[in-house]
Structures are given as structure tokens and as C-alpha cells.
Design a protein around this ligand. Structure first.
Ligand code: SF4
Length: 361
């Protein structure tokens, strides 16, 4: 918790333990920290004066030293398929995007962890932005708070699932992502089950181990190729951690029994979509407790890549299924509002974009 002396502490940057230490530094007992935590994640709470079971003097001391941030300033765009993309303007003027994906049995929010991304995956618009900066813990959890409040205000179901698959590589901002997960899963915080949270990585091998040891969340790995040559050409991270190292780390990823790592495999016509590639993928993932998601490449303005035909995708799936794998074909969502995988690029802050709706509720 490093702060300039004149700056107030944003309590949404703090996990329960950090909040306890903070109130203790103000001469208060530990339980006051837990009490405050259960206030700040209630919808509509942003003032200490609303915390009616705290003494007036303590509320005044809090107002002097701390603040509770909120994302009030945002735009949203609705896709024809029900997906809703939110663009949040941060204090320094940078913009991040989150995507709400309503489905029959779940309401998933795709959360960003960085502004831009340094990983440079070739098919990803966020990667083309480069890394502007890491998000603070509060900026990660505020995406969830804002969309949750918006959903409830619209009479929609609450969020059920969170996926760290928005802008940025979550494991490159590991400490803040770990703190955000702690708040998201804390009963007095946002009270999501670990089982309902998935963190996706392009393959930061050492950080995967730490994530598994410190949380019980699901891991998704963007694989996209079955040999080092092609993977390195698509995803520069592969030059640092090879396919062999990545597969080995996924095999030993610390997780509860019966949980399985999810491999994301984007099919690119003529690059990684042949029957031989499917067989090689099955060989690679043998003995790794896993599931496989097959995706079609989404338009990102890069005409080098095209999606294979449906029959090719089904054939690829069949080869893997015949080898005993659980394989899904993931339908792309929100393409018409540039909200699909690889399309987030924080260009949503424009009143001139297609049908943006200012929503401050
Ligand atoms: Fe970064 Fe993920 Fe895009 Fe790769 S796919 S550049 S890790 S945001």
C-alpha cells in the first residue's frame, strides 16, 4: 500500500488483510476493517457517512485519509446478440473495456487487467496497442461493481461468472490480479466462488504456478499452435517459454481434483487447422487433465488470417473427441461491436461510434 503522503488510500485497492492493517494504523481494532469491507461492496455505497454502524469520529478520520472509488463515467454498446461492451474512463484519461456476455444459464463478465498489453500476440488488437500500464486492484474490481450495479438496475440477473480475458495479460499484473481475486471471492467482498472465476494466460509459466498455489480459480491457456515455430510466430511469449515448458506447467498446475485446465485454440485457416494439427494437439495434451475450446479467428483488420470453414472445424473437433478429449466450439460473441476475443482496443470512448449509449445509472 504505497501512497504519496498527500494522497488518500483507495479502500477498493485493499484486500481484507490489508484493510485490517489500515484501520489498525488508525488506532482501530481489526474487526473495523472487516466491517468496512462489508460496506464498500454493497451497491450504491461510496460515502463513509453511509456506514451508520461506525462512530462519527472514525467516519471523519476515514474521510480524511481514505476514499472509495467507483466507475461512474462509462459508455456502453449493445450487440445484436445481447453482448454488452462497457468502456470505462480511468482517472488518468485512459480507457479500458469490459464485456458482459449473457447466456441462458450464466451471466459472464470479461474483465480487463491492463491498459493495452505487452505480449504482442499477432492476431490481437489489444496487443497492437502495446502496454500503457497495469490496472490497480480497484480498477479491476470496479469493472465488476459497475456492471453488477448496471445489471441490477436493468432488472437483469446478477453476474455469475468472471473471466480475465479482457484487455491485458493478467499474469503480467499478477499482484494486483491476486488482490482483486481475493476481494472478488471474499464473503464480505463480492463473494464469487473460485469455481466461477477463470484467469486466462498466453503462457507466463512461473506466474501460472503462483496463481494456482494462491487461489483456487480456473486456468485457461491460449495455445493456438502445436509446434514452437508456428506458436512463436503468432505469440512472441513462446520464445521465452516453449511449448514443452508450457504443457509441463499445465500438467502440474496446482488445482483441486477433478478440475481441468482449459486450452483455447483459435483455428486459423491454413496455419494450424489441419487433421495433422489436430492429431499433434492430441499428442501434446495426452495426460494433461484438460478441456479444449476451439475458436474461430475474429476480424481485427488483419487480413492474413481467416477462419476455416465449419466442416473443417467440426472435423478438427471430431479428431480430438475420438482421442478422448472434451472439446467445445466456442461461438464468437459481440463481433458487431468489436467486443469479441482479440478485438478490445479501448477505442470505445467516442460519442460517434455506432450506437453508443451513455449510461450513468
Ligand atoms: Fe495480450 Fe491476450 Fe492480446 Fe496476447 S491475446 S496480446 S496476451 S491481450
Amino acid at each position: 500500500m504505497q501512497r504519496n503522503k498527500s494522497e488518500k488510500v483507495d479502500l477498493k485497492d485493499l484486500t481484507q488483510d490489508q484493510l485490517v492493517r489500515f484501520v489498525e494504523s488508525l488506532g482501530q481494532p481489526a474487526f473495523r476493517g472487516r466491517q468496512i469491507l462489508s460496506w464498500i461492496y454493497r451497491p450504491g455505497i461510496s460515502e463513509f457517512s453511509q456506514m451508520t454502524d461506525l462512530a462519527k469520529e472514525f467516519r471523519a478520520a476515514l474521510a480524511h485519509t481514505a476514499t472509495i472509488s467507483r466507475f461512474d463515467d462509462y459508455l456502453l454498446q449493445r450487440s445484436m446478440d445481447g453482448t454488452v461492451k462497457f468502456a470505462f474512463r480511468l482517472d488518468d484519461g485512459l480507457v479500458i473495456e469490459s464485456v458482459l456476455i449473457p447466456e441462458e444459464d450464466r451471466n459472464t463478465l470479461c474483465v480487463s487487467s491492463q491498459v493495452g498489453c505487452a505480449m504482442g500476440c499477432i492476431f490481437c488488437l489489444t496487443g497492437k496497442m502495446g502496454l500503457r500500464r497495469n490496472l490497480r486492484t480497484a480498477e479491476i474490481v470496479n469493472q465488476v461493481c459497475a456492471v453488477q450495479e448496471w445489471s441490477l438496475s436493468q432488472g437483469r440477473r446478477p453476474l455469475t461468472n468472471l473471466v480475465f480475458m479482457g484487455m491485458g495479460e493478467p499474469l503480467a499484473n499478477l499482484n494486483n490480479v491476486l488482490d482483486a481475486i481475493s476481494i472478488l471471492t471474499e464473503q464480505r467482498g463480492l463473494d464469487f466462488s473460485n469455481r466461477r472465476i477463470t484467469v486466462s494466460t498466453c503462457g507466463l509459466v512461473p506466474q501460472m504456478q503462483i496463481l494456482g498455489e494462491q487461489t483456487g480459480v480456473n486456468l485457461a491457456i491460449s495455445l493456438h499452435a502445436v509446434n514452437d515455430e508456428i506458436r512463436s510466430s503468432l505469440m512472441p511469449i513462446n520464445r521465452r517459454y516453449s511449448l514443452r515448458q508450457l504443457i509441463e506447467a499445465s500438467r502440474t498446475y496446482p488445482q483441486k481434483r477433478r478440475k481441468r485446465v482449459m486450452f483455447e485454440y483459435t483455428l486459423l485457416e491454413g496455419v494450424n487447422d489441419s487433421a495433422g494439427d489436430a492429431e499433434k494437439l492430441a499428442d501434446l495434451l495426452q495426460n494433461v487433465p484438460c478441456k479444449i475450446n476451439l475458436l474461430s479467428v475474429n476480424p481485427t483488420g488483419d487480413s492474413r488470417f481467416r477462419s476455416p470453414k465449419d466442416e473443417q472445424i467440426l472435423h478438427f473437433q471430431k479428431i480430438l473427441r475420438d482421442r478422448g478429449f472434451t472439446v467445445f466450439i466456442r461461438q464468437s460473441r459481440g463481433e458487431d461491436i468489436a467486443a469479441a476475443c482479440g478485438q478490445l482496443a479501448s477505442d470505445g470512448w467516442s460519442e460517434n461510434r455506432h450506437n453508443p449509449i451513455k449510461d450513468q445509472s
